[in-house]
Design a protein around this ligand. Sequence first.
Ligand SMILES: [Fe+2]
Ligand SMILES: [Fe+2]
Length: 302
Amino acid sequence: MTDSISQSTPRDTLLHVADLHFWKVTCNPLHLLNKRVLGNFNVWWKRRHQFAMDRAAEFVEGLASAGPKSLLLTGDFTSTSLVEEFAMARAFVDTLRAKHFDIHAIPGNHDVYTFESVRAQRFEKYFADCHPKSGLPARVTLPGGTPLILVPTVCPNFVSSQGRITEAEVARTSELLAQADDCILVAGHYPLLDKTHGYEMTKDRRLRNAASLRNALGKSGKRILYIAGHVHRFSYVRDPDFDNLSHLCTGTFFGRNPRENIDGEFAEVRVNDADFVVIRHTHSNERWSNSTKHRVGSPDQN
Ligand SMILES: [Fe+2]
Ligand SMILES: [Fe+2]
């Protein structure tokens, strides 16, 4: 597979939005009897400065003006899985629905932040209409026929931010891959590579068993673009071991990224018959701009 950019009309185009992190500082002591006591402090200290929620509605216009209507949301809708945060995230998704987006959503680790929120199935209840009813992994099909496989990667933790995918879930993902036509999109919340040119994940923020899923994707024999969020940084790389596998991470939709002097981003993925094209849309100085990105690590890039 090469990164030469096809000029033909893509088979499908998917927009990717990551890590919304709607937040609310809670003072209710009943909400602070678990891991949320840490997360609440983090929200108060950092997140309220990084995530300007009042920009959410304004940024929907930027998303809508990009054109494509298939939209992937890879989780971290909330910060500590509070009902109030889910309600804000749902209102945001309703705004997208009003713009006629076809939405595919999976949870992030912040959407299963407490064991209580998992027991209450809060994510599944708030996003029932854009999440597979049969659970994950699941395969959906984009309008042009492109398979999109959604994989489970999140679990609650007492302290860390680690994710998890089981061997049984990897095996089921392999079955879904085997039954799918070539040029496949796979989406999870966690990246499968610990480190790229764009980010480095500390051990307590990684996906447990990532190597097994990566191996399954790499050995599938299909051309695959794996799409994730979680690291709040943009990265598009060829897998170091599997030429058929590429990895895309998209930064936060309306979070500030002072390192690059941007305050929001999303990605546009065009699927052709034999390759993928990734376009990064970034927001700075009150306007959106975009550029086509090449895979880092591709033979034709070295
Ligand atoms: Fe996040
Ligand atoms: Fe995350």
